[in-house]
Structures are given as structure tokens and as C-alpha cells.
Ligand binder design. Sequence first.
Ligand SMILES: [Zn+2]
Length: 58
Amino acid sequence: MNKDGRYIRCPECGEKTDVKVYEDTTLLHFPLVCPHCKKEFIINVIQFKMTVDKEIDN
Ligand SMILES: [Zn+2]
């Protein structure tokens, strides 16, 4: 079975983050911190489809 993971891209700057997901990975209300622009988001990922719950202002 071919299992290729993908790195989640930052919704703000579009760069790859350190978070890797697979097709069967489900993230709900996951705190994503971008290592490039340092923005923090609460995201959901279901089958590579990401939605942003909210953006956190630090
Ligand atoms: Zn970013």
C-alpha cells in the first residue's frame, strides 16, 4: 500500500509546516504553529482537506 504523507501548509504564508498527515489522518481542533511566520491556527484536517477554525493572535 502506497502511503504518501504530506506536510500541512500554513494558511497564512503558504509554507510547509512541520506537521505531516496521511490520507487517513484526521485532525480536529489541532493547534498548528507555522515555523515560518509564527502564526498559530486551530485547524481541522480530514483526508488532506484542511479548514481553519480560527486564527490565534499572540
Ligand atoms: Zn506561515
